[in-house]
Write a protein that binds this ligand. Structure first.
Ligand SMILES: NC(=O)c1ccc[n+]([C@@H]2O[C@H](COP(=O)([O-])OP(=O)(O)OC[C@H]3O[C@@H](n4cnc5c(N)ncnc54)[C@H](OP(=O)(O)O)[C@@H]3O)[C@@H](O)[C@H]2O)c1
Length: 324
């Protein structure tokens, strides 16, 4: 089968299209023909070998455990191991293969619990756009953020995967939402539901005097004190990730801030795939439409990764692997 392989850390140029052995499903795995895969920040980190924790995971000097990146896949079940009970050949599935990766390839194996059925009306590209960013957004808004109807929500880094899926989830709660991102993404952000948009290059949302009940942060590029300044007295700040030192600061100072005020500081620890059925219901109700940038072809993964790394993508960067 064809796959995008990497044998050294570095820029997207180290990614190579190669012929490799097709994986064979074990007793407890499913073999999937991959129709689409999307790019996540985690793929970018594993490609570069930064932050250092990615090298602890995948080899200090060069990638050892994972040679094929790509975690958010959508495809058709081709074969199943003998212990598989929930899926059979022909089923259309999608999910996040974090921990194993292997999605930048024509075939990949996955465990049952990593997969959900894809609704018939959802394209493979739409399905591949949902798992990781969708779970981060939902678990941030609903579980950590305890989002309530009528609240004022702000999403920082709102034009990427988490923001464009998050706003559509949030709108089902009936909230007033503001999104922060760069100039070229603002029209798209309005089109997916943001009531207000702010260009971070032109205006500093922490200094406008506006206060929010919930801030969901996909970028975490400011000090925790700037974020808490923009919160209402009982407000909650939730980070899904971003600049390591800023995330660490939020984690370390969060309990102290909560001790001296009624503001809450929370971090999302991704629970992959846990709520894909929730996303299916939103999609089937016409309330969720992933924003797709691309799709690229499998041979164009280096280009897609470079584009993702530049940060100018809108929504999710998606690759069509085998056209469905
Ligand atoms: N918590 C966990 O367990 C876990 C697991 C996996 C991933 N993550 C994290 O989840 C996040 C993924 O988010 P995502 O998929 O939405 O990323 P994304 O698609 O890269 O979106 C991030 C957005 O932020 C914008 N941005 C850049 N600089 C900004 C600034 N100064 N102010 C406001 N916005 C800015 C970018 O646009 P421009 O570049 O055009 O400005 C981009 O649109 C990452 O931080 C990742 O590390 C967390």
């Amino acid at each position: 089968m064809k796959a995008i392989v990497y044998t050294e850390y570095g820029p997207p140029d180290v990614l190579q299209l190669r012929e490799v052995d097709k994986p064979i499903p074990q007793d407890n795995t499913v073999l999937i023909k991959v129709h689409a895969v999307s790019v996540n920040d985690w793929d970018w980190g594993l490609l570069q070998g930064t932050p250092f924790v990615n090298r602890l995971e995948n080899g200090l000097r060069r990638p050892k455990k994972i040679k094929i990146l790509g975690s958010d896949i959508a495809g058709r079940v081709e074969a199943v191991g003998k212990n598989i009970t929930q899926f059979q050949p022909g089923d259309e599935v999608y999910g996040d293969l974090t921990g194993k990766w292997g999605g930048f390839a024509e075939y990949v194996c996955a465990r049952e619990k990593q997969l959900a059925r894809k609704p018939a009306g959802m394209t493979f590209e739409e399905a591949a756009a949902i798992p990781q960013a969708g779970m981060l957004a939902l678990q941030g808004l609903r579980d950590k953020g305890q989002l309530q109807p009528g609240q004022k929500l702000l999403i920082n880094g709102a034009g990427g995967g988490v923001g464009t899926l998050g706003i559509q989830i949030a709108k089902t709660y009936g909230v007033e939402a503001t999104g922060i991102d760069s100039t070229g993404k603002l029209d798209m952000m309005r089109s997916v539901g943001f009531d207000h948009v702010i260009d971070y290059k032109k205006e500093d949302f922490t200094k406008t005097g506006q206060r929010y009940d919930l801030i969901l942060d996909a970028k975490t590029n400011r000090s925790i004190f700037e974020y808490t300044r923009a919160l209402n007295p009982n407000g909650t700040y939730v980070t899904v990730g971003g600049a390591g030192p800023r995330v660490l600061q939020a984690l370390l100072l969060g309990p102290w801030i909560s001790m001296f005020s009624k503001k809450n500081i929370r971090l999302v620890m991704l629970k992959p795939n846990r709520d894909l059925k929730y996303m299916n219901k939103l999609f089937e109700a016409g309330k969720l439409k992933p924003v797709i940038d691309g799709p690229y072809k499998l041979s164009e993964v280096p280009e897609a990764m470079r584009y993702f790394g530049e940060g100018s993508h809108k929504g999710k960067v998606v690759i069509t692997v085998i056209p469905g």
